[in-house]
Design a protein around this ligand. Sequence first.
Ligand SMILES: Cc1ncc(COP(=O)(O)O)c(C=O)c1O
Length: 446
Amino acid sequence: MSEAVVARPFTDPARLDAFWMPFTPNRSFKAKPRWMVEASGMYYTDSQGRKILDGMAGLWCVNAGHGRPEIAEAISRQTRQLDFVSSFHMGHSAAFDLADRIGALAPADLNHVFFTNSGSEAVDTALKLAVAYHRARGEGQRTRLIGRARSYHGMGLGGLAVSGIGRHRKDFGALLPPADHLPHTLNLEHTAFSRGQPTWGAHLADELEALCSLHDPSNIAAVIVEPVAGSTGVLPPPQGYLERLRAITEKHGILLIFDEVITGFGRIGAAFGAQALSVTPDIITSAKGLTNGAVPMGAVIASKKVHDALMHGPKDQIEFWHGYTYSGHPLCCAAALAALDVYQKDDLYARTARMAPYWEERLHALKGLPHLIDIRNIGLVAALELSPRDKAAGARGAALGEYCYSQGILVRPSGDLIVLSPPLIIEHAEIDRMVETLAAGLRHIA
Ligand SMILES: Cc1ncc(COP(=O)(O)O)c(C=O)c1O
């Protein structure tokens, strides 16, 4: 461990009480905590001094690997030069530079960038923007939002309304704005062990026509989908599916939002999933990889059409009544600019596209091992789905996750799924090691 890093052993359980951990069974974690004390490149170092291969890029965010000095230096420089200035009625050059850079990376005329602090805020911003867009055009009745079953759009109430993971919604239902859902696209009978985009399932986009009949398209503001559903267990879109969604939304004047919080900034082999999958939405939401995970930041990227619709009325009036204290925070902008430089220098998006076939080949070689009922992949992301144990859903996934960790590999168990989303700098030998460990784990667990 470097001398600069002080590992604090939290030996006193009482000191663990105050931090109410997110999305964590607090009591069991605190009974048996797992600490990381340092990170560099592809690896964490845990409190035992073990090197742990990061198979999750942190949480789908550390695309260029941990501890990139260029990003650390940019953050430090910016903080010393201009630590904070509000973006309400004021500006600093990094925010304008960054918006310009993101606009140039994004597809088509998605050139207008609204900064947030997270993916959740980006989603809520995009949903509000969609509703405000229609209102500005004189169609204020278009307030209904359409999400998709099994989708994850963050934890804001807007994002929850369109999300499709029941457990996330269960305790908060009454507060949600009007939304409906498309079916998800996973059907193991037709799609199991597909490589990349499944050939089955494009017709599921036609369910949007059914929702249009039910609610009338004149009441629908936007459809939001993850181009590749991530948190639910990596569901690449069926071939032709996003194209059909695009055609139907266009036909009915409904905005199409791609939630690219995971797919943005290289994950599937282009700057955005929209480009990798050749479908252009009206709005993109992003976060995570935007700063290589170094500081929290999100960005909503709107097309000219959406932006221009709001640029009406007296010029001294606010056009979009929305914003956050830290929208365009100087430190986050500096981090993001440095991250984008690193991605460019490493040629990371093209590298990902070049590495993806090897990733696919190695992972699909696991087919036939015990418990495996599906392998899904696209770009440098994948999921293994295991058959659940009798009366113990999730136990097998947890056991495989534990096995991998015991062998020095961090993967993300989610129920009986193992999700893999390594930093995009991963080398062939590290892919081999991950796959071999997963193979040994599948043979080892009950
Ligand atoms: C597709 C998608 N949207 C939104 C979010 C929420 O982002 P955040 O956790 O930064 O609020 C996530 C987080 O994983 C995500 O995967």
